[in-house]
Unconditional design. Sequence first.
Lengths: 384, 640
Amino acid sequence: MSTTALTRPGERDRPVIKFGQIDWTLCLALTLIASAGGLMLFSVAGSSWSPWAAKHFIRYAACFVLMIGLAMCDLRVWFAMAYPVYAVGLLLLVAVELVGDVSMGAQRWLQLGPVRIQPSEIMKVGVVMALARYYHAMSPASARMSWRLLIPGAMIMIPVGLVAKQPDLGTSLLILFTGVVIMILAGLSWRIIAAGAAAVGAIAPLMYFFVLHDYQRKRIDVLFNPEADPSGAGYHILQSKIALGSGGLLGKGYGLGSQSQLNFLPEKQTDFIFATLAEEFGFAGCFSILFLYGAVIFMALRIASTSHSHFGRLGAAGVTATFALYVLINGAMVMGMAPVVGVPMPLLSYGGTVMLTVMIGFGLVQAVRVHRYSEVTSGKGALL
Amino acid sequence: MSEPSIFFSDVNERQGVFVRRTFLLGGLTGAGLMALGGRLLHLQVLEAQRYDKLADSNQFNYRLRPPPRGLILDRNGVVLASNRPNFRLLVAPDEDMDINKTLDELYQLVPLDTSKRGRLYREIKDSPRRAPVSVMEDMTWEEFSRINVRAPELPGVTADMGEVRVYPYGGAFAHVIGYVAKVNDRDVKAAGPNPDPILYHPGFRVGRQGVEKAFDAELRGKPGAQKVEVDARGREVRQDPDGDIPSIPGKEIRLTLDADIQNRALEVMGEESGAVVMMDCRSGDLLCMASTPSFDANRFVRGLTGPEYRALSEYERKPLLDKALSATFPPGSTFKTMTAMAALEKGIDPNKTYVCNGAWYWGGRTWHCDAHHGVQNMHDAIKTSCDVFFYQTALAVGPDFLASVARRFGLGETFDIGIPGQKKGLVPDTAYKKRNFRKDPVWHPGETPSFGIGQGYLHLNPLQLCVMTARIANGKKALNPRLVKSIGGQELPSGAAVPDLPFAPEHIQFVRAAMAAVTESGTAAAVGDLGLGPIKMAGKTGTAQAHSYGSGPRATLHLGWELRDHAWFIAFAPYDDPRYAISVLVQHGGWGASAAAPRAREVMRVALLKDPDVLKRITQPLPPVEPAAPAAPPPAQTTT
């Protein structure tokens, strides 16, 4: 079709046109990552579709369809849903505090009829949408430095506090970082950023000694010397490094990783799937996957910066920031550069909730791309 | 919500800020990814080898395999101790094993003793991580395959084929060879601060007694290892036969014993308690060293139950005691050979006579003899075993000289035969009394006559009496007994590489001639005929009091078993060319001539018939038959 066709009023709202506007390269990159994850899950299960690989592919297929569906939703709908989603997420977080299931020593799950949900996952998207909406209507001056910034600050800190109390330190930090990134992208004054960084630098040691649980402190300690407790707290890091290092340049071959196949590697299907991949496909495999992640982040940031609406820009960028943080934290953890926190490798690791969150997020990114020329709240155009 | 109005300049400004900062964010993310890539490069390319090794040591384990224990053979290569395959059921516990459930399943599969269940449970529970515990030994092939089929569903359960020690002759060599048993805490402690890991292997056994204990290090060999791939729990996933380290079998030990002679000794001893020791009196090799009654060493390998052990240890004839080495008895009249020897060396004329009236009055008391022997010279006194003669001869010799001669013949000594447990016994003299009797440190003359007939303080073990006999028979050398012929093909020094006896050969010859008279017409005339033609045996009987009769008669056989006399017989043969010397003890057997001598004769016959040189003398070829004279009378079968 010619570009002139798209200039006609209403033309861009036709579903066929919208469908064509979806960033299919991004879709391909995401699918490649998810497929690599499926392959690895097949391998670590001892060349078996069950219990992980088949479910992983089926979930991805469902999530992919959902992403396409969400991409077609008008950005104004996203905009309108921002606060309600945030509010529901907040309610559920409070609910989980009161009646949630205890799993692995932490209250994270909420049973709603037949569905078990993790409200903290909803909050990851919820915070991004709510912040994007709030900043959408904010003047650059106030976004830089004003008392009004206390409102987005509170929007971030309330869910962060609730999630941290579960306790799920990994997710709460992720939400915090995402929120901060959005604030920075929205134009936060460098002075505040510098002051904040200084404050964090001052508080971190105090956190280490007075706030962290014993097991969390240990995880940080072993980071510097995993050999000190090779069968205890240092076990994860040590075995993961062995898996990575023994993979070498080209890996041991598909299905032949001794570390994962013989269960030396803990959490081999979730948090440490990347180590399995590293062992069986070596540096070549790891580099390819990191390249794909880099490509996804690059494409998503480009989509964010080409959007005509501030909501779209901040929304897409926020989702991308969450995604990038996932990748960097998990990567650093697997390689022994960060403490072991329960952060999976997005799309590669087994786990439905995280996949759903990530794909909903990319639904928003794709919607921003599809509706990149529409302004969401210029008075007349507003849906709600 | 009241929307603030946003102007175009604002829109442009915040878009500009966003794009710049997004660019920065992208850059930071890219840097982060680069850092990850760099770390990967470091781990996977630069340090790959180091981690490769670590992964291997995770993945592969070496499982120790006990080496085959060295064989023990007799002098002709007959196997006295070997190994046979043993199907074992092992359980290697790990942290998430439900021991009770596993045991339930095993009890359904194989016939396990329900009474041992509690012990098994504790053994499995207390075993160090992954160290397998042997639940059942000696499974049948059916049970072995049943376990192997079910093993995949029973984590930690394996059936394997090991080796178990077997003693084909059961009890015949039990005291000499000993037996093997499971390693216990004391063995581990004895191995020092860094014990050989093979000690923890459930199939490994250590020697407990006799040759098995004394030569444990030689018999043990070097353990091999089986390379296996394991998972993080230590469970075996796969075997890698190429990576196995073969074990080095233990050394073969060849004894000087002869299985035929030893078995015959056990046969003729029957249920009697006692010992038979035979030596080659040219080389010193021990051909027979049996103690009866014995016990089945194979039962000890399996592990005795409480009642079994009690039955053995409480039996009055003491099967567990090695009476050839570890028990000492008064030698009785067999010692008269020494008294005679000492007298000759002292220069006493052997033709000097004493008159025996069945009793001798001296020192205010009556000294009994068992018969009225009449006028006796030394030769006759040995032949008839006249106590009266030797009471007085001993007085003439004196205790210290008698003791010194006896010691030269090996009495009261221990010999280096490789295995522990020899009791020295006692050859008394005045120094001994001074040392050991605080209140009465003086040797009284009245103690000498008893000493001269092998009673009193004197007590010896059967090995010593055999050595004495062998030295008399050899006539020249102070032979030492040898039990172990070779270790792993390495010959041990012979017992004949020793200095000569410091005695006049004609004196020894005198004693030998007197011993020949004993079997010809003396106390042991009944066993004089070996039934082997020209081959004659010389010997000496002994009947040693096991308790004091006071002044009563020595009617020994009516008494209870534990009060009867000890019966002794020492002998060597052939008389004209001594090759074998024997000592036989029948504890509380009564008369030496009737209880010990016939048994010695039987054992001696086996040894002689096995000797090709002796056999040649017995079975001389028939003289050529004259074809012209078919009616000639049958020639005598043997000639001298």
